[in-house]
Design a protein around this ligand. Structure first.
Ligand SMILES: [Zn+2]
Length: 525
């Protein structure tokens, strides 16, 4: 009996003070732990998929030793607003995300998600991927499934059906409800209807995240609505990719942030996320009046064929080019991709208008936009945000960083650079160059804060017992490289990325490991 105990103690190394043994030891780095606290010197020992120890581990042995001297060791970043659900299957490494330090992305934003979620998660779980993947359920998708794209109120029976679908999505593993009240069919949804569904999601522990109804002239009303959904729905609510669109509205972040402060002061759990760019990206139909999009492409074409309706549509497109997403110049609207003509990628509305043989003024650019939507539409980038608003929103203690990006196929189309650069850009431009945030605060807004928001309690911090999503980067060189005219450029400076205890990026090289998991929300069964 005693001999057995002795042998056990000896083999476990306890008796003779034998060194700890880890699978990976990250040695000599400055730990920025995701809480916002100042960096400190420590080694990080990883065993299996878990951070086993943090501290002075110089005597330990490890199968793999990562020398982090002069570098920052931080939790992997969590992107609470991502459009990676198509890209993850064609680019399972999600290399654009890896190279900016992201180890978890949350899909299903802007009111749009796979539905039902279960088969989506099942096919994802069968796909070897490098990063962790989670999802919201989209209110627009739920509404479309129940009542299509019609612009009308839901009946009580339809609302009951929508609540059931939301509850099922929560049981399937959603982290909450996303809305896209700017888009069809979310824009046809009265706030009261959203609140009814939000109540179900809130009772099951989920949150609400909103692409707001309007981010230009009516942005204050939109913030009030987002707050109201949280307040009356009884759940945490988030203004996603918060920005102020259109020159006449610049500066209104002073007031939107005041609304957030007031709401929090009376007990509403409202937060913000943001990407660090002065351009947005969405379908070019965003220039159209919302009523003209009801019923889908076929109905839109019918309206464009009726001269009176066409004139009303064009008047709004002109207005939007002047004061909203166009910010007064057709050059501010740049094509990401048109399925019907790939050669348009990267060109702006002025260039395309000139190529059509017309003077590139706003009237003619509106005609170009109508022609593009008629042919099936394009995705586009809109330069219509002021840097002062970006910085003001970033400084709010309630703002976390999220990309609103996707997983591009390298070299294809001309996507918004946010997909490649968001997190590295905050660290390079807004921490190192502009001193808008401290390094620790920036890392908090990319890791510990979104983890807490999502109630992912075992990630987002470098602490013993947490899942080993850990990155090593050089705070002196980390930078985004993707530009609007040359978007396919990986960020630099993130040297090592570990997901669930496995290195997926090592010495700047993508490895063959695919340790990413589907992460399930608080009501998963
Ligand atoms: Zn959005």
């Amino acid at each position: 009996m005693r001999a057995a105990l002795l042998i056990a103690l000896v083999t476990s190394g306890l008796l003779f003070g034998q060194p700890d043994r880890f699978d990976i030891l990250i040695a000599g780095g400055k730990v920025v732990d995701g809480s916002g606290n100042p960096w400190y010197d420590a080694d990080v020992g990883i065993r299996g998929d878990t951070i086993a120890a943090v501290g002075k581990l110089s005597g330990a042995t490890a199968a793999e030793r990562i020398d982090a001297r002069g570098l920052v060791v931080a939790p992997g970043f969590i992107d609470i607003h991502s459009h990676g659900r198509r890209g993850i299957f064609s680019v399972p490494t999600a290399e654009n995300y890896l190279r900016e330090g992201v180890t978890t992305i949350i899909e299903g934003p802007d009111g749009s998600s796979p539905l039902p979620l279960k088969p989506f998660f099942e096919s994802l779980a069968k796909t070897p991927i490098s990063i962790n993947f989670a999802a919201f359920v989209g209110q627009g998708t739920i509404r479309q499934q129940v009542i299509g794209l019609a612009n009308r109120k839901a009946t009580p029976a339809e609302i009951a059906r929508m609540k059931d679908l939301a509850a099922q999505a929560m049981r399937d593993g959603a982290f909450g409800l996303s809305t896209g009240l700017f888009y069809v069919p979310g824009n046809f949804t009265p706030t009261e209807e959203v609140i009814e569904i939000a109540k179900v999601v809130g009772r099951m522990g989920g949150m609400h995240i909103s692409h707001m109804r309007e981010e230009a002239g009516h942005v204050l009303d939109s913030v009030r609505e987002t707050i109201r959904i949280g307040e009356e729905g009884g759940l945490p609510t988030q203004i996603t990719h918060h920005k102020i669109i259109g020159q006449p509205n610049w500066g209104r972040s002073v007031d939107t942030l005041k609304l957030v402060e007031e709401a929090r002061a009376r007990g509403v759990d409202v937060t913000i996320d943001q990407y660090p760019y002065t351009a947005s990206s969405t379908g070019i139909a965003a220039l159209f009046p919302q009523w003209s999009l009801e019923g889908g492409q076929k109905s839109t074409l019918e309206r464009l064929a009726a001269p009176e309706e066409r004139a009303r549509i064009k008047a709004v497109v002109v207005e939007n080019l002047k004061f909203d997403r166009g910010a007064g110049d057709p050059r501010n609207v740049q094509i990401v991709n048109c399925a019907f003509d790939r050669s348009l990628a990267g060109k702006n509305l002025a260039e395309i208008t000139r190529a059509r043989g017309a003077e590139p003024n706003i009237e003619n650019a509106a005609e170009t936009a109508i022609a593009l939507v008629s042919k099936g539409g394009c995705s586009a980038i809109f330069h219509a945000i002021d840097e002062d608003d970006v910085v003001r929103i970033m400084r709010s203690p309630y703002t976390m960083i999220a990309s609103d990006g996707e997983i591009p196929v390298f070299g294809q189309a001309a996507p918004h650079p946010r997909s490649y650069g968001t997190f590295a850009r905050v660290l390079g431009v807004y921490v190192r160059e502009k001193h808008v945030l401290t390094l620790e605060d920036a890392v908090r807004r990319m890791s510990g804060y979104p983890a807490q928001r999502l109630k992912i309690w075992d990630r987002g911090l470098v602490r013993p017992g947490m899942k080993a999503d850990v990155i090593v980067f050089d705070a002196n060189t980390v930078a985004d490289r993707a530009q609007y005219d040359q978007p396919h450029q990986y960020s630099v400076g993130v040297r090592d990325v570990i997901v669930n205890g496995k290195p997926v990026l090592r010495h700047d090289q993508v490895t063959s490991e695919r340790p990413g998991h589907v992460l399930y929300g608080p009501a998963h069964q």
